[in-house]
Design a protein around this ligand. Structure first.
Ligand SMILES: Cc1cc2nc3c(=O)[nH]c(=O)nc-3n(C[C@H](O)[C@H](O)[C@H](O)COP(=O)(O)O)c2cc1C
Length: 342
């Protein structure tokens, strides 16, 4: 890593004009991957790697970055990789490529999950192009949101995205209080599990950490000096009751709740991640903030109850709240593209 590489700043500052100076196809693909790695991932594990070939870009899971306690079946790992695929496709469209995603028939370790092919075009997908500027501005925002509704015009655009995907569903306002109870109970169950807390603590970093992954304390509103203590505090104390009450309020008062649903098989989960990131980039481009409330999805009996609540043919994978709030100024760290690309 070069001395002036700051993982919270450098990866997010991409000068797009550099792309037009590249005349080598491999270097062009590597440039596009700089956008892919800005995708969100559970605990900011960034569980992906890429291989550039003549046909396109092969996408792999990096199973060394698993979360065995909170994500024992690699659901969130695959969703995170799907999100990176969307970023790659959005960036490719912006630079005038048409992309196709060819999924592997089965998930096998050491084999690519998907191949993203690229072909130059004069007509890149306008919906993908439109999302490009949101990639470096997207942030997960865990703060309390303003207590105001999403304005009608914006809501209509969010509805368009939700309704155009069979994987996205709103929680209707009538069911919000029930969803909030499930989130509270999810916090209690998860945080009472020392293994779960230790796993989270393992990925929490000081605010000025030089690490290229993990969640810095300020993402949870923890200021500088205290953030260094956050991992040991999280690992030691069960704050489930306090956290649960807090998250229950956030859920009940959200301007909107959206669930990502899909079957639990590998390709469906990648596609769910692609739909997730389309949604998150749309929200970002509309000036709407979002955060995850997945607690009930990670506890089997609560997941079942959430599934019943949303009356969806497919099980819930993620629960999100959205609303207006002050944007998050500092991005979370990212690893350098070179370290995840071969
Ligand atoms: C599949 C998935 C699951 C996530 N689950 C949670 C969650 O349960 N709670 C949370 O606060 N953030 C969650 N996140 C957000 C990540 O922690 C976040 O993306 C990561 O720290 C990087 O930060 P950024 O999104 O601001 O770039 C999730 C993200 C993804 C993609």
């Amino acid at each position: 890593m070069s001395d002036d590489y700051n993982p919270r700043v450098t990866p997010w500052q991409i000068d797009e004009s550099e792309f037009y100076e590249i005349d080598d196809a491999r270097a062009q693909k590597e440039f596009l991957l700089r956008y892919a790695v800005l995708a969100p991932s559970s605990h900011n594990t960034q569980p992906w790697s890429f291989r550039i070939t003549e046909q396109g870009i092969e996408v792999f899971a990096d199973y060394t970055r698993r979360l065995p306690v909170s994500d024992p079946n690699d659901r969130e790992l695959l969703i995170s990789i799907g999100a990176a695929i969307t970023n790659l496709r959005v960036a490719a469209a912006h630079f005038a490529f048409e992309t196709t995603v060819l999924y592997a028939p089965r998930i096998e370790e050491n084999m690519p999950l998907a191949l993203v092919t690229l072909r130059e075009t004069c007509n890149p997908d306008p919906q993908l192009c439109h999302l490009f500027s949101a990639i470096p501005r997207r942030r997960t925002n865990r703060a309390e949101f303003d207590r105001r509704e999403i304005d009608a015009e914006t809501l209509e655009k969010v509805c368009d995205v939700v309704e155009s995907s069979e994987m996205l569903r709103f929680v209707v306002p009538h069911d919000r209080a029930h969803a909030a109870e499930l989130v509270e109970e999810g916090d209690r169950v998860l945080m009472s599990d020392e293994r779960w807390r230790k796993e989270l603590a393992h990925w929490v970093r000081p605010n000025e950490s030089g690490a290229g992954d993990g969640i810095c304390g300020d993402a949870f509103g923890i200021p500088g000096p205290l953030a260094a203590l956050a991992p040991s505090l999280i690992a030691t104390f069960d704050a489930g009751s306090t956290r649960g009450r807090h998250d229950r309020e956030l859920t009940a008062n959200a301007a909107g709740l959206i669930v990502v649903t899909s079957d639990d098989d590998g390709i469906a989960l990648l596609r769910a991640g692609e739909a997730l990131e389309r949604l998150l980039l749309t929200l970002t481009s509309l000036g709407v903030q979002y955060a995850f409330l997945n607690q009930p999805v990670e506890v089997p009996h609560l997941r079942h109850e959430l599934w019943r609540l949303i009356r969806s043919p497919k099980p819930p994978q993620l629960l999100l709240r959205m609303g207006y709030a002050r944007p998050i100024p500092r991005a979370m760290p990212r690893r350098q593209v070179e370290t995840v690309t071969s």
